[in-house]
Design a protein around this ligand. Structure first.
Ligand SMILES: Cc1cc2nc3c(=O)[nH]c(=O)nc-3n(C[C@H](O)[C@H](O)[C@H](O)COP(=O)(O)OP(=O)(O)OC[C@H]3O[C@@H](n4cnc5c(N)ncnc54)[C@H](O)[C@@H]3O)c2cc1C
Length: 417
């Protein structure tokens, strides 16, 4: 399996008290086994355990240290796919529903972090979705009008208002209230702890090596068996249902691989900036992302570093990955120095890269696949993995309890052929 991250992530560098979970050394029987201990798996484990369902979370390496530790963790109500683009694929009602679910998931996520008392530097932040050039402004105006008509608030910012809020010269922006930012690693550990407190079993350093279905007769097969047995190096997990939350289809689900496009994305982080330096840059307490694709984005950290990211590119293999990493981080730096010339004088202390999976329509797969009885999946989030991963935890619990709705169809595998 390829490495999910390259380079030192800021979040892992912060001496967060990381609990250590045991590796599996015996056989266990649970109702639901969750494979993948990133934020998605942790949220699912918490939600199922809270509902009184016996679960085991199984992580190949360490909890939260995959893509979750690479994330810049902007919790956005707005999916990366514009409402306009989604509407052209799925109609106005379908697009509006996806956006409503994304907004509700962000609010639910923020409220839950608060209620559980998870310390993860949660901070409410408006986002600015900006157009840099006059050519990009008209499509953004249309997007703004569509959003308003569909019931999504968002204030239009003129070029002057954008400049006041961001400190750079652009053509205009949509300002959205109600978004947030977190430390994704701390959040993941927080949900894992909350799951354990509610009875979940968590196993780290426990790769799932193989799956078999156990049929009613006691025979083995890969049909719609009574239960699924996951084999790990020193024990097995038998479960009625397996939830696959590995970020994307791993080697165990080869037939699904063609459904994802793997991309690299890059992040750089400055040293801590003084108040005077921040004033000179002119970027207020907002999160930025642009209308261009692949997009660039920026946010502050609680200790006044600027995190700059984006520049996604198609996956490269072998040694080319390290070269692409250098080029990718350099291009991000150049882009932002273009917006903020003062950044040219400021040292960058962090640079990292993450691998992520994109689906053809930019929406995740959440739900069952006919090829894999007794499995549920939560995979392929693009740049909205925090929000959609949390949404997956709710949709999958509903599914498991037999409460299927039209919302599930929006993320079903069969929406795309
Ligand atoms: C650089 C970057 C920036 C991002 N920024 C944002 C952002 O601002 N906002 C946002 O919403 N999203 C963002 N994302 C996306 C988001 O971070 C991810 O989608 C999200 O963290 C995915 O979480 P996950 O739990 O699904 O996957 P991961 O965190 O990757 O967890 C999957 C886990 O599965 C484990 N695993 C795999 N195979 C096995 C196996 N066989 N057995 C056991 N365990 C296994 C892996 O070890 C891994 O820990 C970003 C992503 C990157 C890379």
């Amino acid at each position: 399996m390829p490495r999910l991250r390259l380079g030192p992530s800021l979040w892992l560098d912060r001496r967060t008290q990381a609990p250590s979970f045991p590796s599996l050394r015996h056989d266990v029987r649970v109702e639901v086994a969750i494979v993948g201990g990133g934020l998605t798996g942790a949220a699912i484990a918490w939600r199922f355990a809270k509902a009184g369902i016996p679960v085991a979370l199984i992580e190949r390496a360490r909890v939260g240290r995959g893509s979750t530790a690479a994330s810049t963790a902007l919790l956005m109500q707005e999916p990366d796919v514009d409402l306009r683009e989604l509407a052209s694929r799925y109609g106005k009602a379908g697009a509006r529903r996806v956006w409503q679910l994304s907004r509700a998931a962000t609010r639910d996520f923020v409220r839950t972090i608060d209620q559980l008392g998870i310390e993860c530097d949660l901070a409410a932040r408006d986002s600015l979705y900006y157009a840099l050039t006059p050519k990009a402004i008209e499509p953004l105006r249309i997007e703004h009008r569509l959003r308003r008509r569909a019931g999504f608030s968002g204030r239009w910012l003129s070029a002057a208002q954008l400049s006041d809020a961001s400190g750079f010269e652009g053509a205009g922006a949509i300002r959205t209230h109600g978004n947030a930012q977190i430390d994704p690693y701390k959040a993941c550990l927080g949900f894992t702890r909350a799951a354990v407190e509610r009875g979940a079993q968590v196993f780290e350093r426990t790769p799932v090596l193989a799956r078999r279905s156990r049929l009613r007769t006691g025979n083995w097969g890969l049909g719609a068996g009574e239960s699924v047995v996951l084999r790990t190096p020193h024990g097995s997990v038998t479960a009625d249902r397996v939830i696959v939350a590995t970020g994307y289809a791993t080697e165990r689900f080869k037939p699904l691989a063609g459904r994802f496009r793997m991309l690299h994305t890059y992040v750089v982080g400055t040293r801590r900036l003084s108040r005077a330096e921040r004033r000179r840059l002119g970027l207020g307490a907002v999160m930025l992302w642009e209308t261009g694709r692949p997009y660039h984005y920026a946010r502050w950290t609680p200790d006044n570093r600027l995190l700059l990211g984006g520049g996604d590119r198609t996956r490269v293999r072998g040694r080319s990955r390290a070269r692409a990493f250098r080029d990718g981080t350099q291009r991000i730096t150049e882009y932002f120095v273009g917006l903020y010339p003062a950044l040219a004088q400021i040292a960058f202390e962090y640079a990292w890269e993450g691998l992520f999976a994109m689906t053809p329509d930019g929406l995740p797969y959440i739900g069952a696949h006919r090829r894999y009885p007794r499995h549920l999946f939560a995979l392929g989030y693009g740049g909205n993995g925090m929000t959609f991963g949390f949404l997956a935890s709710r949709l999958l619990l509903d599914w498991y309890r037999g409460k299927r709705s039209a919302d599930h169809d929006l993320f079903a595998f069969n929406r795309l052929r």
